[in-house]
Structures are given as structure tokens and as C-alpha cells.
Design a binder for this molecule. Structure first.
Ligand SMILES: Nc1nc2c(ncn2[C@@H]2O[C@H](COP(=O)(O)OP(=O)(O)OP(=O)(O)O)[C@@H](O)[C@H]2O)c(=O)[nH]1
Ligand SMILES: [Mg+2]
Length: 439
């Protein structure tokens, strides 16, 4: 199955493309191959097709269409992936000319996400993105090929069979999905609110797909999340609690990776998941520094974060860059990276999630960041103050609790500085005005 990478500087309908990708053509082609392989497609051929003047009807000129047709026949390919936007008209014409199914970048990414979704929320989000995509392409008509196949698998992703439904029916389904998603998200938020009763801050790991987010997550939490040399290995967010050297507990979260030209409908559909990231107290932006395209990948991630309203630089930013895979660098490259990290205003942290290099430093930085705001307090609570004892357990981190001879309780707790006044109010209510003594 050929993977084509067209190099058009203009969108297929002739409008100026929104931006020229910062990634090199070869890298984009390799990435497209990786995307195809992520859903176990057997890639027979992968080639770059220069595209000086995209044709509205067929994207490529007639000579190219013929040339590719020969390739498809030789390879017995059933599917052609074009790593570029393809209009519904172009798709239909090319499918007819080639007698093969044509998929563009957005279609392929949606397919991968469809296969990876595990949770109810993930499934709903992917279906929503699929339908939105299909709705925007409703003009297409169906070739005999697709009618014959159908069913599950590649041609039967969520909603694929609904392509022939009219816009209104698709819209109805989109509306009901949105309602269902809202319920799922609200339930999750309730859980989150429950979890946050003990106020552990959250650090969210984000980054380009395959940067090593899950490997780092596993290493730091002792979890066993799937980490694989494959794009979009992770789709659903996972959270785990870790305890730092100072005793400070935080929650680490691992989530879906980003990719260049992430389809907007996918970002929109995953908004609820990504909101976990936005709500995090700290973002760890994991980057594969051994990747030739690391700067372009970093730009892509920052672009998505900015779109989501997350400040990536400046005083507002609560983001730390984690420069991963330093074990893959040569000695001089590694020195260069470490020097560059030191020169930076908000110093990035070079690590290797595989060898464990730099992780102690990363944990120390997290500890300093999260514990800076903590107060550790000790005080005595009379045994009769059951409500106060309950409140302390729900709202602070109880480090130690012991009982005096008289049966009163000695508490040693950790609380964030900003919450001190709430604690004072609770103590006053119990008539314990000046019993606090920092330890
Ligand atoms: N050499 C080396 N390989 C690493 C390192 N960290 C991760 N990897 C490898 O990179 C590949 C991707 O790792 P993952 O942890 O799955 O990456 P991810 O960012 O979670 O990827 P997605 O969930 O697919 O977005 C795996 O083959 C890891 O073994 C590292 O520090 N050094
Ligand atoms: Mg992952």
C-alpha cells in the first residue's frame, strides 16, 4: 500500500496552505509510514510526490495519476494514503482512477484513534471526531469497492457505514454524542473533585507522540502503561500518585501524544481529555532530543497547547521541558544538549527514561516546585472534635497522628500555604484559636 507524501505549498483547492510545515519531507514520509504501520498495514511503497500545481479534480497531474496507478497494480495495493489534505472530489476521482481506497492524513489519524480508544469517553470522542469529519465530506459518493466491503476493520471505523446518511442524521448523532459525552465528563469531574479532596497537585506529561511519555510515567510511578515504539500507543489518560523525597505527594498523568497537523476535529473532540492537562498544576513537556525533527515537534506541541489556552512561556507558564532520550546521543551531542539546557531561562531537564539518567534531578525539581508552597503544622485536637478530625483527613495531608494519654489527638499535617486560612476557620469553629505551632 503506497504512502504518498505530496509536497504542495498550497492547499488542494488552490488556496494558500495555512503554513509550510517545519518538518522535512523525508521525515514526514517516515512519520506517515509509522502511522500506517500503527494500524498494522503492510506498507509496500512509500514515495514523495512533488506537487507544484495541485489539480482541483485529482490533486496530481494526469501523468502522475497514471504512474501511481502502475505502482498500485504492481504492489497489489488496496489502499493509498496521501499525507496531505484531499478534497472529497479528489478522493472520489482518485479512487475511481486507481480502483483503490484513498485516505488522507486526517482519515488515517482518525482510524488509529478509533482502534486505540478503550474507555467510554475515548470511544465517544473518536466517534464524534469521525462524524464531524464525515459531515464535512458528505458530497462524496460511493464506489462499488466500498459498498462491497463494509463491515468491521479498516473500512468500517466508527460511523463509516453512516456515510450515506444525510447531514441532518449525522448532526443528530453528533448532538446526542455531545450529550452523552457531557454526562461521562461530568461523572469523571465528580470523581476528580472527590480525588482532589486530599489536595495533591497534578503534573501532566505531554509531548509529541513516541517522545517517551509513557516510559517516563512508568519509570516514575512504577506503573505498567503500554510504552511502545509506535505512534499513539497511549490514548486514554492515566493517573498515578507518587511520593517525592520531602514526603510531598503529587499525581502524575500520562495522556495522548500530539502530532503535526493534528486534525482540528480531533483536538475539539478530545477537549475534555485535554482539559485534564489544562487543569494540571504543572505540565511536563517531554521531548525526544535524539529526534532530527525535535524542534518542529516541539513547535507542534506548543501550538496545540497554546490553542488550548495553556501559556507555554513567560511568567504565566507552569511548564517544564523534559529533554528525553539523552542516552541516544553521542558524547559531544550530549554535552551540547546539557549546555543548552543550562543556558535556558526556564532550565529544561535532560533525562533518559530508559537508563534512568537525570530522573533524580527531575524528581528534585518537582519536589522543590511543589513543596515550596507547603506548610507543615502540628497541633492537638481534643478527642470530642470528630467533625474537625474528619475535615483534616479530607482536606489536608495527615503526615502523623498520635494519641496523648488524655485521649486527645496530636496531628502533624501538610497543607498548601493558600489553604491556611481555611484551616484556621475550622480550628476557630472548634474553639482552638491559638493551638497551631509550625514544626
Ligand atoms: N533510547 C531511549 N528510548 C526511549 C526513551 N524513552 C522512551 N524510549 C522509547 O521510545 C519509544 C516510545 O516510548 P513511549 O513511552 O511509548 O512514548 P509515548 O510518548 O508514550 O508515545 P505515545 O503514547 O505513542 O504518544 C519506546 O520504544 C521506548 O522504549 C529513552 O530515554 N531512551
Ligand atoms: Mg504513551
Amino acid at each position: 500500500m503506497p504512502v504518498l507524501k505530496s509536497e504542495a505549498r498550497r492547499a488542494p483547492d488552490g488556496r494558500e496552505a495555512r503554513k509550510v510545515s517545519a518538518h522535512s519531507s523525508e521525515d514526514r514520509l517516515a512519520e506517515a509510514r509509522g502511522l500506517a504501520e500503527a494500524i498494522a498495514l503492510d506498507v509496500r511503497e512509500a514515495l514523495l510526490v512533488p506537487l507544484a500545481q495541485p489539480r482541483p479534480g485529482t490533486l496530481f497531474g494526469s501523468g502522475k495519476v497514471e504512474e501511481i496507478k502502475a505502482l498500485i497494480e504492481d504492489a497489489h495495493a488496496e489502499l493509498v494514503i496521501i499525507d496531505h489534505a484531499v478534497t472529497p472530489v479528489q478522493q472520489r476521482n482518485l479512487e475511481k482512477a486507481w480502483q483503490a481506497k484513498v485516505l488522507d492524513r486526517t482519515g488515517l489519524i482518525l482510524e488509529i484513534f478509533g482502534r486505540r480508544a478503550r474507555t467510554r469517553e475515548g470511544t465517544l470522542q473518536v466517534e464524534l471526531a469521525h462524524l464531524t469529519y464525515q459531515k464535512s465530506r458528505l458530497v462524496r459518493s460511493w464506489t462499488h469497492l466500498e459498498r462491497q466491503r463494509g463491515g468491521a476493520g479498516f473500512l468500517g471505523g466508527p460511523g463509516e457505514t453512516q456515510l450515506e446518511l444525510d447531514r441532518r442524521i449525522i448532526q443528530d448523532r453528533i448532538d446526542s454524542l455531545n450529550v452523552e459525552l457531557e454526562v461521562v465528563v461530568r461523572t469523571r469531574e465528580l470523581h476528580r473533585a472527590g480525588r482532589r479532596k486530599v489536595p495533591y497537585p497534578v503534573a501532566a506529561i505531554v509531548g509529541y507522540t513516541n517522545a517517551g511519555k509513557s516510559t517516563l510515567f512508568n519509570r516514575l510511578t512504577g506503573a505498567d502503561v503500554l510504552a511502545k515504539d509506535q505512534v499513539f500507543a497511549t490514548l486514554d489518560p492515566t493517573m498515578r500518585e507518587i511520593r517525592l523525597a520531602s514526603g510531598r505527594r503529587i499525581i502524575l498523568s500520562d495522556t495522548v501524544g500530539f502530532i503535526s497537523d493534528l486534525p482540528t476535529m480531533l483536538v475539539a473532540a478530545f477537549r475534555a481529555t485535554l482539559e485534564e492537562v489544562i487543569a494540571a498544576d504543572l505540565i511536563l513537556h517531554v521531548q525526544d532530543v535524539s529526534h532530527p525533527e525535535r524542534q518542529a515537534q516541539r513547535g507542534d506541541v506548543e501550538h496545540v497547547l497554546t490553542d488550548l489556552g495553556v501559556a507555554v512561556s513567560g511568567p504565566e507558564a507552569h511548564l517544564i521541558e523534559v529533554w528525553n532520550k539523552i542516552d541516544r546521543l553521542s558524547e559531544p551531542e550530549r554535552d551540547e544538549i546539557e549546555n543548552a539546557a543550562r543556558r535556558n531561562d526556564a532550565p529544561p531537564i535532560p533525562v533518559s527514561a530508559v537508563t534512568g539518567d537525570g530522573l533524580a534531578n527531575l524528581l528534585a525539581v518537582l519536589d522543590a516546585r511543589f513543596s515550596a508552597n507547603d506548610l507543615i503544622l502540628s497541633f492537638v485536637v481534643p478527642a470530642r472534635e470528630g467533625a474537625l478530625v474528619h475535615w483534616l483527613h479530607e482536606n489536608t495531608e495527615v503526615i502523623e497522628r498520635s494519641v496523648t494519654e488524655a485521649g486527645d489527638l496530636i496531628f502533624r499535617i501538610r497543607i498548601e500555604r493558600e489553604r491556611r486560612s481555611r484551616l484556621d476557620a475550622q480550628l476557630r469553629r472548634a474553639g482552638l484559636t491559638c493551638s497551631i505551632a509550625p514544626v
